[in-house]
Design a protein around this ligand. Structure first.
Ligand SMILES: O=C(CO)COP(=O)(O)O
Length: 266
């Protein structure tokens, strides 16, 4: 069985909370999640775990993670392409770095569709993240209509190329393939579909940033990931983890996803 991964890529299970859990709920949730994984003797060096709470929770999560030395990474769900200034409602990467965020999600389909975020803005945000030493999790994915019109890889490949437009150095990035039709629908892509697109995305990395970056960059799958279907994705050689929405809000379900090796016996 082809088990991922290239030894250079530690699998990453990331929970995108979207607009759920206030800062008090976040504290309770992160505490329980850490206990649950510790109880289960989860090896955080073998599978990295990260949470992406709303902006208003980040200071609380940072304080808890630092005080209790929790082996969890965290990040924000978006950032501004600008560093400071008259941008009402925006959040600078500098602020996120001060909060010890390690990652930032960029170009999620909900930002692209609900907030009309363009490929150019996504590219500028990727540059802004790297400027502040944040690892961008660059989201790409096709709609059902794109899939019918252009096939599975064309749109995600074009989005990734566009997102990398301003990246000139050996960047530390993560790519998340999230087909829009699979998000929150209960209808995940098949592992084979995810692998096909992930392989095409890795080819883009190779072409644009070179083989070293292509080899070490983690490509996540997202869209209706659950404890029961995660193992199939993780068996694919080019899938290095998951970006989880709904199921990341349930401790048992999210722990089950993190512990995919145990409960399905990879
Ligand atoms: O959008 C997602 C993660 O960013 C996926 O959401 P679901 O896991 O709820 O389908």
């Amino acid at each position: 069985m082809a088990v991922n991964n290239n030894p250079r890529r530690t699998p990453l299970i990331a929970g995108n909370w979207k607009m759920n859990l206030d800062h008090l709920q976040a504290i309770a949730f992160v505490q329980k999640l850490a206990w649950s994984l510790k109880d289960a003797r989860h090896d955080f060096t073998a599978v990295e775990v990260a949470v992406f709470p709303p902006f208003t929770d980040l200071r609380s999560v940072q304080t808890l993670v630092a005080a209790d030395k929790l082996p969890l990474a965290f990040g924000a769900q978006d950032l501004s392409e600008h560093d400071s200034g008259a941008y009402t409602g925006e959040i600078s990467g500098a602020f996120l770095a001060q909060l010890e965020c390690q990652y930032v999600i960029i170009g999620h389909s909900e930002r692209r569709t609900l907030h009309a975020e363009t490929d150019e803005q996504v590219a500028a945000k990727v540059v802004a993240a790297l400027r502040h030493n944040l690892v961008p999790i660059i989201c790409v994915g096709e709609t059902a209509a794109d899939l019918e019109l252009h096939g599975p890889s064309a749109v995600p490949v074009a989005q990734l190329r566009a997102a990398l437009a301003g990246v000139t150095r050996a960047a530390d990035i993560v790519v998340a393939y999230e087909p829009v039709w699979a998000i929150g629908s209960g209808q995940a892509a098949t592992p084979e579909q995810a692998e096909q697109v992930a392989a095409a995305l890795r080819a883009v990395l190779n072409e644009t940033l070179g083989q070293d970056v292509a080899d070490k960059t983690r490509i996540l799958y997202g869209g209706s990931v659950k404890a029961v279907n995660i193992a199939g994705f993780m068996r694919e050689p080019n899938v290095d983890g998951a970006l989880v929405g709904g199921a990341s809000l349930d401790i048992d379900e999210f722990s089950g996803i993190v512990r995919y090796q145990k409960h399905v016996g990879i």
